[in-house]
Design a protein around this ligand. Structure first.
Ligand code: SAH
Length: 227
């Protein structure tokens, strides 16, 4: 999408947010193994208008490096976490990406800036519809959102070079591993609701074997799933 010019004050806030994320990346590098954001991720972070993704009352807080409520008990993730997960996904411009947990659509917009096609699944129809309209209004044409249980992924568009899950599951949903392309990366928080969770990166190599790595302790809303 075209870069939206912001009023000077908001542009300063946006720069401040990017600076805060850059600083936090450096600070957490011993755990994450990533000291810096790639150029393309950094550019996307400075471009996606986060104030358009939060409720109007919070527009003044949109460029703080914090999570914010978006209604229905859900949140927009902290910009640092969005940037880190995006970095760990290592997206190329031709990649097809799957996101589970669209929420307000902010992470989906970041992915849309970096990948070829983005598919995102949100279990709350109301949030899915609002995100769809928001991304449409902002001019994103390479994102498709469906409402449903993301545990099952979105098999019709698989395989995916990267899959991001933005809600915490107790275990890795097997369908997501199946839908990951050889050479692809699954980035997800694992753990019990409201307890210690770990951000994990699971890589699938060319022969289909997987290798997982724990990146950081995190706190996400639960991935709702009934077995
Ligand atoms: N990606 C968002 C963060 C969303 S918070 C951002 O950019 O800020 C997590 C979202 O996951 C919530 O909207 C919640 O409704 C959704 N969710 C929870 N369980 C889900 C499931 N099983 N399938 C799809 N979405 C789910």
């Amino acid at each position: 999408m075209p870069h939206e010019a912001l009023p000077a004050e908001r542009e300063n806030e946006r720069r401040g947010m990017v600076a805060a994320v850059v600083e936090m990346m450096r600070f957490t590098a011993p755990a994450t193994g990533r000291e810096r954001l790639g150029k393309r991720v950094l550019a996307a972070l400075g471009k996606v208008p986060r104030h358009r993704f939060v409720p109007e009352v919070d527009a003044g807080n949109a460029y703080l490096n914090t999570a914010l409520p978006i209604g229905r008990g859900q949140t927009i993730s902290q910009p640092y976490i969005v940037a880190l997960m995006t970095e760990l996904a290592e997206l190329g411009p031709e990649d097809t990406v799957l996101e589970i947990g669209t929420g307000c659509g902010y992470q989906a917009a970041m992915l849309a800036e970096l990948a070829g096609r983005v598919y995102s699944v949100e279990c709350l129809e109301e949030l899915a519809q609002a995100a769809r309209e928001r991304l449409e209004r902002l001019g994103y044409r390479n994102v498709e959102i469906r409402s449903g249980d993301g545990w099952a992924g979105w098999p019709e568009h698989a395989p995916y070079q990267a899959i991001l899950v933005t809600a915490a599951a107790r275990e890795v949903p097997p369908p997501l591993l199946e839908q990951l392309a050889p050479g692809g990366r699954l980035v997800l928080p694992l753990g019990r609701p409201w307890q210690a969770q770990s951000l994990m990166v699971i890589e699938k190599n060319a022969d289909g074997a997987t290798r997982e790595r724990e990146v950081l302790p995190v706190a996400f809303v639960p991935l709702v799933h009934e077995d």
